[in-house]
Structures are given as C-alpha cells and as structure tokens.
Design a protein around this ligand. Structure first.
Ligand code: PGD
Ligand code: PGD
Ligand code: 6MO
Length: 822
C-alpha cells in the first residue's frame, strides 16, 4: 500500500478490470443473483464478518454468546472464539480517558509519564471538546503537517467504518495532516518490484491453486507459511488457500520449504525442510542461479525475450566484476546449506515445473529489497514465468492469494475526502495528506525534524510532528526498537488513540477514546481479498458496550465542534451509506449481465450474496498474457520487460540498493562477521492472533508459558543454556530486554528462537526506556533501521539476542488488566 493499504482495494480494481474483460469474452451471463435464503427460512444467528471470516452470532439477553462459522467457509479460523471474547475481555476500554498530567498541566506535560497508567475518566462532551481544541491549537501553532494522521494498522474491515480513512476525513476538515506511505507488511518489496516487474506484485493475484495442483511438479514455499497466515484477510476472509493446499496434497505435489522453522504447511504437505541461516536467502538464491548458469540450465531464450539487463548482472554472478563467483560453495559458507544441496536445488528447479512461492519475511529485513528481486531473477532464469504451474507467486500465503477471483463488482467505500462520498477505487490512490513519510520512519521523523531523507529516488524533508492520532493500529506493537521509540515519543505534545482494547498504544496515549467493535455497528464488505466470492452484511450484533462509540460518530462529534458535522457525514445515516455502496455495486454488476437483488432483500436474507466464477479465472496463470505477447502486454517497467538490471535504480545511486540483485551483509545476522549476539530472533506472525489483536483474550491460554509470550528454542540451544520447557527467560540485546517462556522444540533450527510479533508491551517501569518488558513484546529487541534508502521499509526480522534463565520471582504481568484510573 502506499499506500494505506492498497492491499485489496487496489487489487480489486485491477482484477476487476481484468475479470471484466475475461468474462466479457466468455459472455458469462449470470442473470439474477439470489441470496441463498431468499424465500427460504432465515438461518439462525445474525450474519456478520471480520478479518477471520464470515460467521453467525447467537445473542441471548443482549449478549453475544456464540460465533459460529458460516457454512460456506471451507476452513474457519480457530481464532474465532477469541474474536467473541475480545468484546467482553477485561482489556476493553470502557470510557473516554485522559492522562492526568496532560489534563492538569496541558499538552506536552510529563512525557516520561506516558504508559504509567494514571488516567482520569472524562465525559464524552469533555473528551471531544479537548480533542477538537487541541487539533486546532497544533495546526495554528505549528501548521497542519505537525499533525500525524498516518495511523497505520489492521483496523477492522467494512466499507463505512474504516477508521483510518475516517480519521483523515476528519483531519482534512481541520486543514490537513502528515500521512504515511507504504506498509509494514511489504515495505521493501512494494517499492522495488515496480522497478522490476512494473507492479507492486506482492498483492497481485497468483496462478490459481487449481492450476498449481494440476501443473506444478515442485512447489517451493520460501519463507511462506500459508496454513498459518491465511487464517485472516484484510477484508473478510474466504479461507480459499486451505482447499488450495489440500489440492496440492491430493495431487501429491512435491514440496520444499525453505524456512528456519518446520512450518505447519511443511508438516501438512510432508515437505522437505531446508533451514538456511535467516537473512541469507539472497546468497542462497545467487548460489542456485550460479549453478544454473554454470551448468547451462538457465533459459537464455526467455531471458532474451522477456527480460532486460541479464548481461549486466551476469558479471556479478560469475564474479567477473568483483572477483567473487557467487557459486554454490560461496553461498554455502554464508547460508549454511551444503554446496551439494544448493546445486541439487538448481537442478531440481530447472528439471521440473517449479513454482517459487515467496512470503514477506525475507523482505522485512535489512536490504530486504534484494530477496524479492533475486527471486524474480531466479524465476526468469528458469524461464517458466507465465506458464501453467510455473514461475513465482508472492501472495500464496497472504489473504488466500491464488483463490480465483469471482465476477463480483467492487463495493465502493467511504473516502477521506468529504464531498467525494463513495469513491470506488484504491484507498491508496484516493488517500492524501499535506506531507508524507515512509510508514516505518515516524521515529526518525520525530527525532530529526527538518532533516532530508532519501526515498525511492526523491528527497523528503521530514516534517515537525507535535501530535499523533491513531485509530485502527497499534504502533506500540508494530514498530521496531521499542525503547528508541519511547524516547522519540517524548517529542510529541499529544498522542490520541481510539481503540476498544487497552493496547500498549492506548496506555501510552494522552487521550483515549473507546471505540465500538465491528459487532456493535452495521457495515458491508467483500468476502475474499482475491476471491471476492461474496458480499456480506456485517450486521450489528449487540449494542455498543460501556460508553463505546463508533469511530464515525466520534469523528462526526469532533467535526461538529468546528461547525463541520454535515461536511463529515454528508447528512447520511449509517444505513444510508451502506445502502448507497450496495446500490452502486448493483449498477456495476448490471454491466456484466448480473442483477443483484434490491438492498432490502439482500440485507434481510441474512446470507452473503455469491458471485459466479468463470473457468478462465479458475485456471488463472500469472503473467500468461505477458508471455503470450510481451509487446501488447508489456510490463509497467521502462523497458516493458522484467528488469534484472534497473537503470532507474542505478540513477538513484544508493550504495545500499545497487542496480541489480546483490548480496549485502545485514547489520546483524546469525554467523555474521560483526554480529555480537548468538541467537537470531524470528518474529513470525502469530498462530493464535492477528498481530496484537486478541492478545488480550482467553486465546492466550492456548499458548502462554508461565504467563509470558512463548519463545521457541531448539533443544541444542536450550541445553547449552541449561533451559527447559516452561522456564521463564530474559531475552536481551543492546536495544532491550523482555521476559518470555521457553518452548523446547526441534521444529526450529539451532541458532534461531521464535518470539511472535504482537505480544503486548508491558514495561516494568514505564518511565524508564530500556526497562524489562514483563510479557514479551519482540519489537523491544528488533532494529529500527530502514531496509535501505530506496524503500525505507522496516526490518522487523532483523534481530540477534541472547537468552538466559530469569533468576528470582518474575514480576507479575499487568498489561491485561485496566490501567489505574482516577
Ligand atoms: P494490530 O494488532 O492488528 O497491529 O500492526 P498493527 O498496528 O496493524 O493493531 C490493530 C489495532 O486496531 C488493534 O489494537 C485493534 O484493536 C484496533 N482496531 C481494530 N478495529 C478497530 C476499529 O474499528 N476502530 C478502532 N479505533 N480500532 C480498531 C501490524 C504490523 O506489524 C504488520 S501488518 C506487519 S506485517 C508487521 N509485522 C511484523 C513482524 O513480522 N515482525 C516484527 N518484529 N514486527 C512487525 N510489525 C508489523
Ligand atoms: P511471517 O510469519 O513473518 O509471515 O506474512 P509473512 O510471510 O511475512 O513469515 C513467514 C515465514 O518466513 C515463517 O515461517 C518464518 O519462519 C519464515 N522466515 C523468517 N525469516 C526468514 C528468513 O530469513 N528466511 C526464510 N527463508 N524464511 C524466514 C505476513 C502476513 O500474514 C501479513 S503481512 C499480515 S499483516 C497477516 N498477519 C497475520 C497474523 O498476525 N496472524 C496470522 N495468523 N496470520 C496472519 N496473516 C498475514
Ligand atoms: Mo502485514
């Protein structure tokens, strides 16, 4: 996303255009569409949707008592009970709260006191007065760009209650704000890949699972674990990756998993597990590429016809330009796999129809641009891009990429521009701010206002930020190097947060406003970011809890204090907005020969509305059109081809992002030449959570160890430190220290520990940056540096640390209860 989250809105638009063309050719005419229940008995339970999928809610005496997965969900997420629990969890924010020092002494008072929990409950009237006045004050004193409204995060789905867009809509009425571009998911890949293949690629549709099951002989999951990460989607999850994986199993497709962890996907598909040292994938890929070239296994005809610059990359690969051949032996010394294994991989990749499925972790690292670039280069050398079952796919692990796209219209959504009520296109194209910084560079911005920063060929002057406003994200979870962040945050005069959970961000805020969950308001959404199989009513299930209000109502209340309420709401009620989005989609669907039922029939049916799927989409092959005619279907790069050497990147002249894929040592890595700590910290996406969401729920019982976040360790590493299952340990490096609970397991490679991202930050002494995190927030350990000057992405997967037994009685975890309030 630039990109707030281009994820799906962008994709939907592009895919819509393609599908529209495809279905047009096929003359697919679906005619009238009926919700399944039309005319039949209404099924039990209120239909709704979430990141975890479509479900029905049972309500008794005004309380939601059960969330049952929708019958159309092939593999419901096991996290769904936690979603229900999040409504009633003890971590729920009940009332508007203001930090005492801020309330009594004004903005900027006692910034070190943030996070110590001294809040005062105030009325909604008072809270909204304070926020409205403070936004005006900061704008008048420092200019609108001193207000940071980037508000990155995984807010709930829904076309109306998109709190990040709503925040910007409100801030625009105050004269503007500073925004952010990109995301934490694919910060490096989405900036480098447009130079390489002409699109961000990481959120593009992949060759369909069905096509893969039919044609792929060798499936390589490279730092990709779809059985874990497909539990959720940005929109409402369809879970189409699960039948996809099942298809591979049925087809008995040979699977290789390249990952420091023997993942669920590897286990389920009985895959061959290869565990190179983390952060050395580019060296491994180069070793494979060198073997292909040395043994004449590469496809020169493909390289000649579809790529540009291979001849400029070749001298680097062979070592002609720098005296270092990137041979299998060279790669072996870096990545730790044997040279024979690397040569064997090259031969097997070339000898089979091979699909390279890359996850996002390899680009969430120092020099993270190189792995996706080198993977595309490798796939180009294999010459199978655009063939059934061959080439590469960068979203098989994300939001069920590879689940084929249905002929659904695109539901419009509320925009951040009052007056342009129902924009159809991508959020990241319509979104805007008065200044913009790369999303993971806020800490650097707070520390260096006025400084210049390189970014993708341009120079950005970092704005002075005095107020940060977050709705729908948790920066005290998602950002790296927590202690550096704490110090930088002291430069803020005011930090405002809307959430329904007492996250670490809410705890570190000056003003906290309690938002409703999706289940306390009405909305509408598409099912499946890629599949777009259905449109679902996200119906309100229960009344707002405690004093919670929807973000929409909160922002309308702020706008009202400036006499701008009507500009914010355009005079529409919640249901009028939703009906309007639906009606616009209905008109679009007509252009494709489909007739959606009238809104009331859809809403009352209590069923998702399904859209048809064409055979062409079922068999979709990524880049088939480019392969068929590279002139007519040229890529969006300067040459129209895959750029193995990029003149544009060359012109930028960045030493940390040369013009062709290159191995560069990260600042620290396992076995690295200057690395000081012995264990690599893999901060994977959690099995039982969506980032930090649901950490405050009963699901924690499924995984916590001695009340802490689990730390997986290989038996060798545990034995070397005299540690056993269940021990409480201190994990530390120069940046910080956390407690965690040991899980000894041989599914993790020696030298690597796993502590998932999203554990709630719980400092022993909030006033002191560097104090022990009692629960286990892994971002206390990770580095805050950028991937490179090209993309300025985050390096969440770059961290080395040491582990030792925690002696004495571990301090109690306090983050899962309400802060002390007055
Ligand atoms: P979430 O925990 O999903 O994390 O970071 P992100 O900030 O998205 O936070 C979303 C917050 O929004 C939650 O607190 C939730 O309660 C709140 N929320 C949900 N719906 C609403 C709503 O309707 N209104 C309001 N007001 N609030 C709402 C995720 C980010 O973390 C991402 S995407 C990635 S890919 C990164 N991954 C890693 C990683 O792999 N490793 C490390 N070390 N760090 C990472 N950080 C990044
Ligand atoms: P990760 O778990 O970080 O997921 O998807 P992403 O692919 O980034 O990493 C995937 C795999 O890479 C892991 O198995 C990990 O062990 C491996 N890995 C780590 N470092 C390396 C390395 O250096 N080399 C190699 N070869 N492998 C490595 C993230 C995606 O997941 C995103 S962006 C979001 S926002 C969503 N988040 C969640 C979530 O929080 N929870 C769940 N259950 N599902 C999600 N899906 C989405
Ligand atoms: Mo992400």
């Amino acid at each position: 996303m630039t990109l707030p989250n281009p994820k799906m809105s962008a994709l939907s638009r592009r895919r819509f255009l393609q599908t529209a063309a495809a279905t047009g050719c096929l003359g697919l005419a679906a005619g009238p569409l009926f919700p399944r229940a039309a005319g039949a008995q209404t099924p039990k339970g209120v239909i709704s949707g979430s990141h975890w999928g479509v479900f029905r809610a049972e309500v008794r005496d005004g309380r939601a008592v059960a969330f049952t997965p929708w019958e159309g969900d092939p593999t419901p997420s096991k996290q769904l009970p936690g979603v229900l629990d999040s409504i009633y969890s003890p971590t729920r924010i009940k009332y508007p709260m203001v930090r005492r020092a801020w309330l009594e002494q004004g903005p900027g008072a006692d910034p070190d006191g943030r996070g110590s929990g001294d809040f005062v409950r105030v009325s909604w009237e008072k809270a909204l007065d304070l926020v409205a006045a403070e936004l005006v004050r900061v704008r008048e004193q420092h200019g609108a760009t001193a207000i940071f409204g980037g508000s990155y995060g995984w807010k709930s789905p829904g076309k109306l209650h998109n709190c990040r867009t709503l925040l910007r809509r409100m801030l625009k009425l105050n004269g503007g704000f500073t925004t952010s571009s990109g995301d934490y998911s694919t910060g490096a890949a989405q900036v480098i890949l447009p130079h390489v293949v002409g699109s961000i690629e990481v959120y593009e549709q992949c060759t369909s699972w069905q096509n893969v099951a039919e044609h792929t002989e060798l499936m390589v999951f490279w730092g990709a674990n779809p059985l874990n990460t497909s539990q959720i989607s940005w929109q409402v999850a369809d879970h189409g990756a699960f039948p996809g994986i099942d298809g591979l199993k049925q087809a008995k497709t040979k699977v290789i998993c390249i990952d420091p962890i023997r993942t669920e996907t590897c286990a389920a598909l009985d895959g061959e597990w290869l565990a190179p040292r983390p952060q050395t994938d580019v060296a491994l890929m180069l070793g494979i590429a060198h073997t292909l070239q040395a043994e004449g296994l590469h496809d020169q005809a493909f390289l000649d016809k579809y790529t540009s610059g291979f001849e400029l990359f070749l001298p680097y690969l062979t070592g002609e330009s720098d005296g270092v051949p990137k041979s299998a032996d060279w790669a072996s010394a870096i990545c730790g796999l044997s040279a024979e294994t690397i040569r064997d991989l090259a031969r097997r990749f070339a000898g089979n129809r091979t699909m390279l499925a890359l996850g996002y972790s390899t680009q969430r690292q120092h020099h993270g641009e190189q792995a996706p670039w080198m993977l595309v280069t490798l796939a180009a050398m294999l010459g199978q891009i655009g063939l059934p079952g061959g080439g590469y796919g960068l979203s098989y692990h994300y939001a069920s990429g590879g689940a084929p796209t249905h002929a659904a219209p695109v539901l419009p959504a509320i925009t951040d521009s009052p007056g342009q009520s129902a924009g159809g296109g991508a959020e990241w194209l319509t979104g805007s701010g008065d200044a913009s910084i790369p999303v993971s560079r806020l800490v650097e911005t707070l520390q260096n206002p006025g400084a210049e920063m390189d970014f993708n060929g341009s120079k950005i002057t970092l704005p002075l930020i005095k107020l940060a406003y977050w709705a729908g994200g948790n920066p005290f979870s998602h950002h790296q190097d927590r202690n550096e962040m704490l110090r930088a945050w002291r430069n803020l005069e005011t930090f405002i947060v809307h959430d329904f959970q007492w996250t670490a961000s809410a705890r570190h805020a000056d003003i906290v406003l309690p938002a409703t969950t999706s289940y306390e308001r009405n909305d509408i959404e598409q099912v499946g970011d890629y599949a777009m199989s259905n449109i679902v009513a996200m119906k309100q299930i229960i009344e707002p809890q405690h004093e919670a209000r929807s973000d929409y109502d909160i922002f309308a209340g702020i706008a009202e204090r400036w006499g701008r309420r009507y500009d914010f709401t355009e005079g529409k009620t919640e249901m009028e907005w939703i009906r309007g989005f639906y009606e616009a989609a209905k008109i679009e669907s007509r252009a494709r020969g489909m007739e959606m039922p009238v809104f009331d029939v859809f809403w009352d049916s209590n069923e998702p509305l399904a859209f048809p799927l064409s055979d062409a989409e079922r068999n979709f092959v990524r880049h088939a059109a480019f392969r068929a005619d590279p002139l007519l279907n040229a890529l969006g790069t300067p040459s129209g081809r895959i750029e193995i050497f990029s003149r544009n990147v060359e012109k930028m002249g960045y030493d940390d992002c040369p013009p062709h894929p290159t191995w560069m040592e990260p600042v620290e890595r396992l076995g690295g030449p200057t690395t000081r700590y012995p264990l690599h910290v893999a901060s994977n996406h959690p099995i039982h959570r969506l980032h930090s969401q649901l950490c405050g729920t009963e699901l924690r019982k499924l995984y916590e160890v001695a009340g802490r976040e689990p730390c997986w360790m290989n038996p060798e590493d545990a034995a070397a430190r005299g540690l056993q299952d269940g021990d409480v340990v201190r994990v530390f490096n120069d940046r910080g220290q956390i407690l965690a609970g040991v899980v000894v397991t041989d599914v993790i490679r020696p030298g690597v520990i796993r502590i998932s991202e999203g554990g709630w930050f719980d400092p022993a002494d909030a006033r002191e940056a560097g104090s022990l995190c009692k629960y286990g927030d892994v971002n206390t350990l990770t580095t805050g540096i950028a991937t490179s000057r090209l993309s300025q992405g985050n390096c969440g997967q770059t961290a080395m640390a040491e582990v030792e037994r925690f002696e004495g009685a571990p301090p109690a975890v306090t983050v899962f209860s309400e802060p002390v309030t007055g």
